[in-house]
Design a protein around this ligand. Structure first.
Ligand SMILES: [Zn+2]
Length: 68
């Protein structure tokens, strides 16, 4: 019995926050709002902003670049 993986911490995937896409106004606004409310302890608001960024289609105007 090797204890190599005995005490592995749980995966903190929820800690990984989505990165706003450069050039996307919606993402930029959400990211700025997220950083603004984070020091206030508004974890629900931060989570909501993360959801907006993660679920946003990130369409940069109407040209190329539907970067999912
Ligand atoms: Zn976006």
């Amino acid at each position: 019995m090797s204890s190599s993986k005995a005490s592995s911490p749980p995966a903190l995937h929820s800690n990984l926050e989505p990165v706003p896409v450069s050039g996307c106004l919606i993402c930029g606004a959400a990211a700025r709002h997220r950083e603004a409310i984070r020091p206030l302890g508004n974890t629900v608001g931060v989570h909501n902003m993360n959801g907006i960024i993660r679920q946003h289609p990130h369409r940069v105007t109407d040209g190329e670049g539907v970067a999912a």
